[in-house]
Ligand binder design. Structure first.
Ligand code: SF4
Ligand code: SF4
Length: 300
């Protein structure tokens, strides 16, 4: 009952919130279509596993809950709601029209604006979900909006609250060769999550196979994302986050001056220090025009 009411609230948010719209100059269309949700139990052992596979700093739900000063509870009373934000067909079509600037391939302006504006809509959605829980008499916290959220730059780049891993725990999809999460509506999505003591029904994972939605890991086929990446950041050995991040920084250097008037600033902590505002516009060529863009490709 609470799960379905939450989903209704989210559908309304996706349909009616003006933050889910491109600027009028770019047509004013929605950039996210409809929400999917999954719910993990706070004491699911997978959260301890994430300390090994992501990094020891990755919080469990109860650690994130406690560090933010909420009442101490047995961890099995917590729930973690993960939300999938799939891009609309319009944005996906635009994503198939990259711009060539000398040797650098950059995403279309539509896609860059949508990628940038999505941050504000996702944050607003998480706040609305917390408000929903508050009205029901419960608490809620979004890990990525917490003061304790940070990106870490050690030998690799990772955060102490990974939305992809939370979505995996909630049974919404699996990892892949390009490292995106392949959901039932594909990998060309964004993710958000909220920890709550509201007793939502758990949505079980089918299994703990972490790569079972990616064709390459199922039978060695596909590899379309390798071909699509202009930075050679994807190989059969996996995704190189440093090469990927460097390419995205190059894209930003070209794209931000072109679109500055339409972009929204973004603030985040790196290694626990607040960085100057940035204007993320993304890249994601590996997610466009590939078998897993808008579906689970292992399902025929
Ligand atoms: S494009 Fe193919 S190989 Fe790459 S992540 Fe998607 S399914 Fe896997
Ligand atoms: S985001 Fe861009 S640079 Fe990174 S892996 Fe995908 S296509 Fe390559």
């Amino acid at each position: 009952m609470l799960n379905s009411r939450l989903l209704e609230l989210l559908k309304q948010q996706f349909d009616e919130n003006k933050l889910n719209r491109l600027p009028e100059r770019f047509g004013g269309a929605k950039f996210f279509s409809f929400p999917l949700i999954g719910v993990a139990k706070g004491n699911d052992p997978i959260f301890l596993k994430f300390k090994e596979v992501v990094g020891p700093e990755h919080y469990t739900p109860i650690e994130m809950w406690n560090i933010n000063g909420y009442n101490n509870l047995p961890s099995d009373q917590l729930r973690v709601v993960s939300i999938v934000f799939p891009y609309t067909r319009k944005i996906r079509e635009e994503g198939l029209k990259p711009i060539k600037l000398k040797s650098l391939l950059i995403p279309s302006e539509f896609h860059s604006i949508a990628r940038n504006h999505a941050n504000e809509f996702i944050a607003d959605t998480m706040k609305k979900v917390i408000l929903f829980f508050n009205k029901e008499g419960f608490d809620g916290i979004a890990g990525v909006l917490s003061d304790y959220f940070t990106v870490l730059t050690k030998e690799n780049l990772y955060s102490n609250w990974s939305e992809r891993h939370i979505a995996f725990a909630a049974g919404l999809g699996t990892f892949s060769l390009h490292e995106g999460l392949i959901t039932e509506v594909g990998c060309n999505v964004r993710l958000g999550s909220i920890i709550t003591d509201c007793p939502l029904n758990i949505t079980l994972r089918k299994n703990d196979e972490s790569y079972s939605n990616c064709l390459f890991y199922v039978d060695g086929s596909c590899k379309e994302c390798i071909e699509k990446c202009p930075a050679n950041a994807i190989t059969e050995e996996g995704h190189d986050k440093v090469l990927c991040n460097n390419y995205r920084l190059n894209v930003s250097r070209k794209m931000v001056p072109r679109l500055q008037a339409f972009l929204k600033p973004h603030f985040r902590k790196i290694n626990n220090q607040w960085r100057e505002e940035s204007y993320p516009v993304g890249c994601a060529f590996c997610q466009f025009g590939v078998a897993c863009m808008d579906k689970n490709p292992t399902k025929v």
